[in-house]
Design a protein around this ligand. Structure first.
Ligand SMILES: Cc1ncc(COP(=O)(O)O)c(C=O)c1O
Length: 356
């Protein structure tokens, strides 16, 4: 593949396969009309999912795929979007999509369910819903070496405005305001407060404080997205570090005096925070709990910890596996797939997808 092709926007690429309304098609043939409702009004729900490559096992593991698609189903319910597939089917479609792209490197998966009618009119009912997934190689989204943050002047959206528990595309304007304000002010990330002035979350990350032997994080009622990484970290901290997580309201200035702070998110992974509003957090360097969690999370996501294999969905047949992990994992009880077609696969009708 020439550099030019690899650098081109996804919509220009014939060598990448995407899923659109029941079919696997070359990315440069996936078209959405300019009057699409979701484009005008932000009426879509999406997910961000990562897959991690383990070179020893020559395996790509999708991290907590089923939980992401279950959250997508909940988002769609809130937004009155009909999903044509069950979460289990969506996991299978994703496996097939990655196989057709032939990725053997870390990658990002972006499913999107949206109001597709090309009409003028703001509403959620009586509209056609479409669904797409694209996937692309992706490294770290934000640095994990210690972030400098500010508390944003933008407040987090409220449940009665745009529900934060649903991953609604239009709601990301709120995140974009906070992120850009932080970047343009010379920081790495913004931390949003909710309407009561309590800490909510980062632009696309949940937030944790380390206070002594405990982790503390805001509860779902503080207008957070209930992160799957957040849930994973709570579990890993409990099992590996014997640290319990307290979900409670957090005041802004508690952040300044925490022992450690870190963000969690599919994109951010575990990202330690070393400064907020020009105050050093802890010693001003990445703390020991954050460092251990970063390392544990890297091992868990790459299938190097057998106790957590039920969070991983292997994409490829394990025949050449060098690490001894054989067979599909226990999480979803998927069937095996045969016949990976590679990146240049001619688009065909899906084997597992139910066409709308
Ligand atoms: C607003 C917001 N909060 C939190 C998260 C973290 O969620 P997860 O760990 O499921 O990726 C995200 C991730 O996309 C997000 O967009």
């Amino acid at each position: 593949m020439s550099k030019t092709t690899a650098d081109a926007a996804l919509s220009q690429r014939s060598d990448m396969v995407v899923f659109l309304n029941g079919e696997y098609i070359p990315a440069n043939q996936a078209r959405v009309g300019i009057a699409t409702h979701a484009l005008s009004y932000g009426t879509g729900c999406f997910e961000g999912i990562r897959a991690y490559y383990n070179s020893d096992a020559d395996q790509l593991y999708i991290f907590r795929a089923l939980e992401h698609y279950q959250r997508l189903a909940r988002s769609c319910k809130i937004m009155n979007i009909k999903l044509a597939h069950t979460p289990e089917e969506l996991v299978e479609i994703t496996i097939e999509l990655i196989r057709r792209n032939g990725f053997r490197e870390n990658c990002y998966i972006r499913p999107f369910a949206y109001k597709a009618d090309e009409i003028i009119g703001v509403k959620l009912d009586g509209l056609r819903d479409d669904f797409t997934i694209f996937t692309m190689p992706m490294g770290d989204y934000i640095a994990t070496s210690g972030l400098r943050c500010m508390v944003s002047s933008w407040r987090r959206i409220d449940d009665n405005m745009i529900p934060a528990r649903a991953k609604v595309s239009g709601a990301y304007v709120n995140s974009a305001f906070a992120k850009s304000e932080a970047l343009m002010s010379g920081f790495d990330e913004g931390i949003m407060l909710n309407h009561d002035g309590h800490v909510s979350e980062g632009s696309a990350e949940n937030i944790f404080m380390v206070l002594g032997s405990e982790l503390v994080t805001p509860p779902p009622s503080e207008n957070i997205l209930q992160g799957i990484t957040r849930d994973s970290v709570m579990e890993i901290a409990r099992r590996e570090l014997e640290m319990l997580t307290r979900e409670r309201v957090i005041d802004r200035t508690e952040l300044y005096t925490a022992d450690e702070i870190f963000f969690t998110g599919t994109g951010a992974q575990i990202a330690p925070v070393i400064e907020i509003d020009h105050r050093a957090i802890g010693t001003g360097a990445v703390g020991p709990v954050s460092r251990q969690l970063v390392s544990l999370y890297a091992d868990v996501t790459r299938g190097r910890r057998s106790e957590y294999m039920n969070w991983l969905t292997p994409v490829y047949e394990p025949a050449q596996s060098k690490s001894g992990h054989n067979g599909r994992h226990a999480q979803n009880g998927h069937n095996s797939h045969n016949g990976h077609n590679g990146a240049k696969a001619k688009a065909e009708k899906p084997t597992t997808a139910t066409k709308k």
